[in-house]
Design a protein around this ligand. Structure first.
Ligand SMILES: [Zn+2]
Length: 453
């Protein structure tokens, strides 16, 4: 017979809550209803909260406990998932939970985030059965749009902030362990600023047999510009870009000592023979605590196979910068625009330049010495008997700093699955051992939170 948690997860993954597909909106709502039902079953209050963006999936809010003498912990996860089709290369139906004898269960969402949702609810259920008087007050905030940029998140949370009330700590269950063997707690994400650099020349696309050699081609201007964004060592050439980057402290450097990171495995995974800095620690720092600039593509340029002698009339280069404490995305965006304008002046071009911001996201940096990290570290030691690592990510989850500010409370990332689970890929999975262990860790962590200062 299945463990009840697996049975619950089997039902949860069967809903196609793919947020990028509006045709699945009804399935997303059913997912939210199903989770709400389970929260009510275990004795919590729960509500479906409509998204302030009417075209987006609803939220599940839940709560239990109003004791002002206890800390209040808010759990965040998302119930929506990435798209998945068996034709993408899945071995089994992505929306049917399949248990294999390797100790894993397979289905879309098992790792990201339906498994972590199951873990949280079953941890609370077991705590309540042991003692109806929970060690902390609990709040639940589950969204259905995370895989589609969390549309409507900020407005909806702000509007319904009173339902949640006072919060002392935010637990983010939307990350995974740092390695397959080492549980970790997450304390940071980078921010981002994304821009488009448009260069407009002739009023429409032209033939190189016609205009070649007669005009300044927009794409040639753009290539000149783009060559001045970053040097060959990866240093960003925008003036003032590094001014606010926090210097590395002794304490922070110490956090990199307990990380099992193999540079060779990293290189194998991305299929490359050499990285910018042939050093494991420096590579991790480049990924987590240093900012960078990437060039993503050129809209309007010919990109098909074979040759085409077009001279594009208008091209838009796409560039983003991952940002770190204390860089301000808005300020960096402005510095970048100024840089592009200055460099463009030097080209003395008759073409028209327009730089447009395409979006910003804040970075997040947690305090690894606060009560959340102390409680989490102890819980991981208690259950897994392993010294946990503290990890960051090079990616961005802007809703974490938003929640910290909105609730005036610190956050922590508690990973449940493993990095090899294939969160957004084919054959997504989670180890049963991690589901059971994650549940026990959450129980221990809540008890530890009640005990620490
Ligand atoms: Zn996720």
């Amino acid at each position: 017979m299945d463990e009840p948690i697996i049975d619950f997860l089997r039902h949860l993954v069967a809903f196609k809550s793919v947020s990028s597909d509006r045709n699945q909106a009804e399935n997303s709502r059913k997912t939210a209803e199903f989770i709400k039902g389970k929260l009510l079953d275990i004795g919590m209050q729960a509500e479906i909260i409509e998204n302030e963006d009417k075209n987006k999936n609803p939220f599940v809010f839940g709560k239990m406990g109003e004791d002002p003498k206890k800390k209040t912990i808010l759990f965040y996860s998302h119930y929506d998932v990435q798209p998945a089709e068996i034709s993408d290369g899945w071995d089994t139906d992505p929306f049917v939970l399949t248990q294999k004898d390797d100790g894993y269960v397979y289905a879309r969402g098992t790792d990201d985030d339906k498994g972590p949702i199951a873990v949280t609810i079953f941890a609370l259920d077991e705590l309540l059965k042991e003692n109806p008087n929970l060690p902390v007050n609990i709040r639940i905030l589950y969204e259905g749009e995370e895989e589609s940029s969390s549309g409507g998140f900020e407005d909806t949370v702000l509007k319904n902030k009173d339902y949640i009330g006072n919060v002392d700590g935010i637990m983010i269950l939307d990350t995974s362990w740092f390695t397959d063997e080492q549980p970790s707690l997450d304390y940071g994400f980078r921010g981002i600023t994304y821009l488009g650099i448009e260069i407009e020349g002739p009023s429409s696309d032209q033939h190189s047999g016609m205009v070649g050699g007669t005009i300044r081609e927009p794409l040639i201007d753009l290539v000149y510009l783009m060559s001045r964004f970053v040097d060959l060592e990866g240093r960003v050439l925008v003036k003032g870009f590094y001014d606010k980057v926090k210097p590395l402290t002794e304490d922070e450097a110490q956090l990199y000592e307990n990380l099992e990171f193999s540079l060779q495995e990293y290189k194998d995974a991305i299929g490359i023979s050499k990285v910018l800095k042939e050093d494991a620690k420096q590579t991790l720092m480049a990924m987590w605590r240093n900012p960078c600039l990437s060039i993503h593509g050129v809209e309007g340029a010919f990109s098909g196979s074979g040759g085409k002698t077009v001279v594009p009339g208008k091209v838009i280069g796409k560039v983003s910068m991952r940002l770190v404490p204390d860089q301000d995305p808005e300020e960096i965006s402005q510095l970048f625009i100024k840089h592009v304008q200055t460099e463009f002046m030097k080209l003395n071009s008759p073409n028209k330049l327009t730089v447009s911001p395409l979006g910003n996201g804040e970075w997040w940096l947690g305090d690894v010495n606060n009560f959340l990290f102390k409680s989490g570290k102890k819980a991981l030691q208690q259950y897994w008997k392993i010294e946990p690592s503290f990890a960051r990510s090079g990616g961005s989850i802007p809703i974490i700093p938003f929640m910290e500010k909105t609730f005036n409370a610190p956050a922590i990332g508690v990973g449940i699955g493993q990095p090899s689970d294939g969160a957004h890929g084919q054959n997504e999975r989670i180890r049963i051992k991690n589901l059971i262990g994650g549940k026990e860790v959450i129980k221990l962590m809540l008890q530890n939170i009640a005990e620490v200062e």
